[in-house]
Design a protein around this ligand. Sequence first.
Ligand code: SUG
Length: 456
Amino acid sequence: MKKIEMIVSKTYEVNFDGIVGPTHNFSGLSFGNVASLSHKAGISNPKEAALQGLAKAKALMDLGLYQAVLPPQERPNIEVLRRLGFTGTDEKVMADAFSKNPEVYRSVCSASSMWTANAVTLAPSADTSDHKVHFTPANLNNKFHRSFEHITTSRVLRSIFSDPNHFVHHPALPEGPWFGDEGSANHTRLCREHSGKGVHFFVFGRFAFQTVSEPKRFPARQTFEASQAVARLHGLSADQVVFAQQNPDFIDAGVFHNDVGAVGNEGLYLFHERSYVNQEMIVEELKTKFAKVTGGQLNPICVPEKTVSVQDAIKSYLFNSQVVTLSSNEMVFVAPKESEECAAVRNYLEVLKNDSSNPITQVRFLDVRQSMSNGGGLACLRLRVVLNEEEIKKVNPQIFLSEKRYSELCGWVKKHYRDKLAPDDLADPNLLKEGRVALDELTQILSLGSIYSFQK
Ligand code: SUG
């Protein structure tokens, strides 16, 4: 009998980190996000924020992982202000909007596209019916300052993942509150190893067309209908998907995205005791579908309230960590510094690391405090894209991080970014000019072509 040789293409999880933009500021725009509200009107340091983000990406690269970057968006967003009726030169548009509509003006200045976990939901080719990677940019329509990100996000993704033989780009879901979609922050793919098939876990906060239990204090950003639509667009079968409603009390405590209250990597899923409605049933469904789809066993780890309270989980951003698999198959738990500073969480992580029933063998703490002050932790700053070798070859190579690209990007930040931005500085017309010069140079460093409106 003739021996058939199979060439198995290797598959990797590539983390795409958002580069923090030059207007990073604290405007308190995200009602329901405790850190955003509590830092309102503070003085930010965009340079430090961008360097912290790059250092974090570099630390992950140094662990031997594939690491890439996504560019910031142009802010202030003059196009949006013009759509709202402000006219004249760009400087006049800025000045009028700042004096007449300061809330709107602050919203169009936000550097929030840095949190690329919210940029898009995707399904790798191993899971989709047409064996292509599918992308649906998130409409982020619960917050005005985030609701126009998807236009540039879509342009950027189409430029980076341009080959139609491998990549499918869907438009964002319809506008309006019915299809509120927050991207990968509310979606986790669970699998035995990245190359195999996976189960897609979609978490939503409310139903758009039924009045079932909803949070009372803070908004539920994601709807069931949006999660369902994304699963449909990506060609996922019923066996491959699980939908769960976030516990309304969890949202009311400040868990505005699922990735603030849970984290998964391959077959490991860590979540809080208070995370979901009908939690036991959901975990059973995850286990059953995981076994059916992957042939393996899911390792769900529930963190009890008595070990880590909801308040400590939010303060420390324990669940907004990155859990990654090294080539040795061991897992590293990369957590924010705030987790090290919270005794209950630090102790819990020590126990987790020493517990041989899970593959976590190391815990690292990294500093992304500038982003954390806006409620964006380590996991918010990155988008996970599972790609096989063939697909990686089709991606614009300039966006991958290397020692050289890291130092180029740090040099670029140091050259163009301010180290202090007070609320009134957002009205400075030079901020727009400086941003355009910086972004124009960045598109050259990353070979992105003319992705910004000001370059057309
Ligand atoms: O949407 N903060 C972001 C934080 C996003 C966190 N992302 C994930 N959990 N994946 C938000 O609430 C604050 C902006 C300000 O207040 O200036 C802000 O948009």
